[in-house]
Design a protein around this ligand. Sequence first.
Ligand SMILES: Nc1ncnc2c1ncn2[C@@H]1O[C@H](COP(=O)(O)OP(=O)(O)O)[C@@H](O)[C@H]1O
Ligand SMILES: [Mg+2]
Length: 271
Amino acid sequence: MDEVIVVEKVSKVYASERGPVHAIDRFSMKVKEGDFVAIVGPSGCGKTTLLWGLTGLHPFNGGKAYILGEEVDKPRKDVGIIFQQANLLPWRNILQNVLFPIEIMKENIADYEERVKDLLDSVELTGFENHYPRELSGGMQQRVSIVRALSYDPKVLLMDEPFGALDAYTRDEMDTLLLGIWKKTKKTIAFVTHRIEEAVYLANKVYVMTPRPGTNSAVFDIDLPRPRPEGITMEQKYFEIVAEIKKRIVKDVEKQKEEGVYQSQAYSTVT
Ligand SMILES: Nc1ncnc2c1ncn2[C@@H]1O[C@H](COP(=O)(O)OP(=O)(O)O)[C@@H](O)[C@H]1O
Ligand SMILES: [Mg+2]
């Protein structure tokens, strides 16, 4: 199957005390097998809403989304989800946390032990199996959540600002680690971030959403070498692509302001 994620004009309106909130408006996207696609846009434009919709947990109320050819209407075993908070269970040790989805799915844990051991090793967590989440740094906790999402070998990974809560140095390390995992495991990834620099470093394709309600603004194919050479984020070409995407977002905001439809959502805040 060539197209792993197909999003066709999805919309989402939340009911709120202040009336309906139009979060996404007819947004479309295609993610091919093995793609690393990033979705960027100003805070509040509907990125998290889009990803939640794809998980099948919070359905869209317009349009359709397909994963591996099937319409998304419930959570799927072949989709792994990673959010900004690691959400580890504090009373379970690291190994028990990682095996949690397998327990829930009532699969035979013994069948997964070898795989989980390798995954923990690939994120440098060997030796921490018996530790508890509180004993781990934020970066380590998020590495556990990556292993947890990969434990049952999903074909697709949905990631929502997974490193947004980490300090800048750890975040860069995690980005590089993620690229290593992507190369090794050949997953198809849809990655939401408000950081254009991160999107350009990671993805081969970047979808830009307009400010709320999130619609399609532009799609950029990222023409940078793979694997990303060391120091690529200091290169002129990288800066130029980042600047081009940032300009696009500023333009979208200006356009909405001119039309008097811009709904203030500070660009600097992460939601
Ligand atoms: N459960 C909800 N009820 C009402 N409004 C919501 C809810 N969740 C999100 N929103 C609103 O929908 C818009 C999009 O939110 P979100 O998808 O979280 O944006 P992003 O992740 O791009 O920052 C925002 O204006 C947000 O306030
Ligand atoms: Mg969000």
